[in-house]
Design a protein around this ligand. Structure first.
Ligand code: EPZ
Length: 408
């Protein structure tokens, strides 16, 4: 793979930022939203809740001043778990919310118990009935919240709820992902009073209301990491433009350890892949550790590394669904609980494989780019949730990739 690829806005920053428009009236003008299915789904959900949106060429204007409904229906929530991000804003703005419990998904049960525990600490009455979360609160009251684990969307839900609560909310053991900092910046620009975003203690002073603001969504670090790995697995030379190298520190470090040559610029990274990757030990961790969202992609790389690698998945309980698919391509992988031991083979061979979740499908595409012969990935709708124009961007880098008409 050779050439330059431009990174889109971060899906996992765009989703909470979109949900947060429910917190107040006024025009919110969002730029650099990625053109991916999850963003379209979120805008549709906001429309159902009464948030007006006006799509421009380079931005989307949203206005929640006439938002009325407080119910997020199962039909929509089941297609995107991140819909749970409307829970905090609806409760904070309207004093009530009915949100379908997001089901599990391929990578795990994905409980939201910590979101609910935190909202109850802010005075919400939460009932679970018929698969719905029914939340009520005359007015949320600030409180000290300590999260059992640094849940990303849990931290986001509680930070948004705290913006309009009475008094001060402190979130201890908060997630530190860059997407949380991006959301906090947007909320602060709208009059929110937040300090500590990006650290494990976030303090939010409740205010009466939030006004509108403009915001440019941060670049997608997972998309950037995926293209860097496309260069690494094919021994290519790719410049990933409009990304933030500082968001990828542990990923760049591991790719360097595997033998890649990396050149960093302020908003770009250039990676030249080696002829043969060296084996690694990788453990997924919360930010700033190695991101779980790049674990499947890294496993594709290690499948053809020169030796034995170990990848440990510590965030989700079943995020190895790409393993049997990689094995169909000739990978030699043994899974033992949260650990996958990968014995690198000289070459993978193309095969028909099936995507199971967004990031696993990206891993299969990377494997296909490096494999001998043709690989067909089915259920590519998973890819469309989080990757903007994937096949176009890979083709522009010289990848022999095409979307088969009528494929799902
Ligand atoms: C966010 O999911 C991301 N999604 C995920 O990206 C990402 O993989 C994940 O964070 C971890 O980085 C969005 O931001 C929209 P968590 P989230 O709550 O917030 C458990 C992608 O591919 N947990 O940090 O749902 C949970 O089961 C997606 O873009 C509880 O037990 O992840 C998991 O094992 C996939 N109770 C762990 O914590 C809770 O209340 C981390 O989950 C919440 C979480």
């Amino acid at each position: 793979m050779k050439g330059k690829v431009t990174i889109a806005g971060a899906k996992n920053a765009a989703l909470p930022i979109l949900a947060s428009t429910l917190l107040g009236g006024g025009d919110c003008v969002l730029s650099n939203l990625p053109h991916v299915r999850d963003v379209t789904t979120m805008i549709k959900l906001l429309g159902l809740l009464g948030v007006r949106n006006h799509v421009e060429k380079e931005s989307v204007l949203l206005n929640a001043s006439e938002a009325t409904s407080t119910e997020a229906p199962y039909e929509l929530v089941k297609t995107m778990r991140a819909s749970v991000l409307v829970l905090g804003p609806l409760l904070a703005r309207f004093g009530k919310a009915t949100v379908s419990l997001p089901g599990g998904c391929a990578i795990g049960t994905r409980s939201v118990n910590l979101h609910l525990k935190g909202l109850m600490a802010l005075g919400a009455d939460i009932q679970l009935e018929h698969g719905y979360i029914r939340a009520q609160a005359s007015r949320l009251k600030g409180n000290q919240i300590t999260l059992d684990l640094p849940t990303v969307t849990g931290t986001e839900n509680l930070m948004m709820a705290g913006c309009l609560a009475e008094g001060t909310t402190t979130i201890h053991n908060a997630a530190k992902e860059p997407e949380i900092v991006d959301l906090a910046m947007f909320l602060i620009n709208r009059g929110g009073k937040i300090t500590g975003a990006g650290t494990d203690v976030i303090v939010i002073e409740g205010v009466k209301e939030l006004h509108g603001a403009a915001h440019t969504v941060m670049p997608d670090r997972v998309e950037a990491g995926t293209y860097l790995m496309a260069a690494a697995i094919t021994g290519g030379d790719v410049c990933v433009d409009r990304c933030i190298p500082g968001h990828l520190r542990t990923v760049l470090n591991k790719l360097q350890e595997a033998g890649s040559t990396i050149e960093e610029k302020e908003k770009a990274v250039r990676l030249c892949g080696p002829d043969r990757l060296k084996p690694l030990e990788v453990r997924t961790m919360v930010y700033p550790g190695f991101p779980t969202d790049l674990q499947a992609q890294m496993m594709a790389l290690m499948s053809v590394a020169d030796g034995i690698s170990v990848i440990s998945e510590t965030i989700f309980e079943s995020r190895f669904l790409h393993v049997p698919e990689l094995q169909r391509m000739g990978a030699s992988i043994e899974v033992d609980g949260p650990h996958a031991v990968i014995k690198g083979v000289p070459k993978l061979t193309g095969a028909p494989v099936m995507a199971s979740d967004l990031r696993a499908s990206a891993g299969l595409v990377l494997a296909g780019l490096a494999a001998e012969g043709q690989t067909s990935v089915s259920r590519v709708y998973h890819l469309d949730r989080g990757y903007e124009r994937l096949e176009e961007k890979l083709q522009a880098l010289g990848g022999a990739v095409q979307r088969v008409a009528g494929s799902v």
